[in-house]
Design a protein around this ligand. Structure first.
Ligand SMILES: [Zn+2]
Length: 258
């Protein structure tokens, strides 16, 4: 398990921790909420015909607890989709594969997942800023299936629109699906409910890419915006996207979350 310097986080026994958000969606892992390891992004479970599907996998430090939370809520985890290859979203992948749970990754993530350098993955800068410890090592792996931006993926009886939204990272996608009468958008680290973006000073992060790709999410009628960190937004998610699109059309650098 990863250790967060200065944190009082303690490994806790499996307690079936989760936050039920809709009938068919639950937050089953989150470093921000300390549901799970501090290095974890938000990990969502979606009910499917075959069991639970995960959106993002976390940093790999608390996989068993994430799986137990999902299992308790929607049944065994039958697959996971990652939004991009950053460690806090994708490093639960090898642990899932060890348990015969297939991992779906965006097609552009494959080179990063299989052989990305620490610099390409943003880890060099993260170590420099003590976001990750100096001895941290990224575990490369090959996803079981790829999701091509612009296509539709069917998994567990659910359909996911694979939407390219680069800018935070060069391989970033969002997953759109209809759940419980809502148009749900699993947005990863691309846009936050206040309309801010997440521009990094690392290879692969690009304001120009944000300007191009934000259009892919305009006019989608998004209700729920399930973010990779912080609180999701269950209604009026399109307003957040439109706010980001408006800021990206202006002269100045839009507000960016650190
Ligand atoms: Zn990221």
């Amino acid at each position: 398990m990863l250790d967060l310097d200065g944190s009082n986080y303690k490994a806790i026994p499996v307690m079936r921790l989760c936050m039920r958000l809709t009938d068919s969606i639950a937050l089953v892992g989150s470093g921000d909420a300390r549901l799970t390891d501090p290095y974890d992004c938000n990990i969502y479970a979606i009910k499917s015909q075959e069991g639970a599907l995960l959106i993002d996998t976390g940093g790999g430090g608390d996989t068993e607890l994430i799986l137990e939370n999902a299992r308790h809520t929607f049944g065994d985890v039958v697959g996971a989709l990652i939004t991009h290859a950053h460690a806090d979203h994708a490093q639960g992948g090898p642990e899932l594969q060890d348990r015969d749970i297939p991992v779906v990754a965006p097609t552009p993530s494959v080179p990063l997942l299989t052989e990305g350098t620490e610099t390409e993955l943003g880890i060099t800068a993260a170590k420099r800023d003590s976001v990750y410890p100096d001895d941290y090592e990224y575990s490369h792996y090959t996803p079981d299936q790829t999701a091509t931006p612009g296509s539709i993926l069917e998994l567990g009886g659910r359909q996911f629109d694979i939407v390219q939204i680069r800018g935070h990272a060069s391989d970033h996608v969002a997953y759109l699906t209809e759940v419980d009468g809502l148009t749900a958008c699993f947005i990863g680290d691309a846009v936050y409910p206040d309309g801010s973006i997440s521009l990094l000073n690392t290879p692969g992060s690009s304001l120009a890419a944000y300007r191009t790709d934000i259009e892919n999410l305009v006019g989608r009628g998004i209700d729920a915006l399930f973010t990779g960190h912080g609180l999701p937004r269950l209604r009026d998610g399109q307003d957040s996207i439109d706010q980001a699109a408006d800021a990206l059309a202006g002269m100045y650098t839009p507000p960016s979350r650190t």
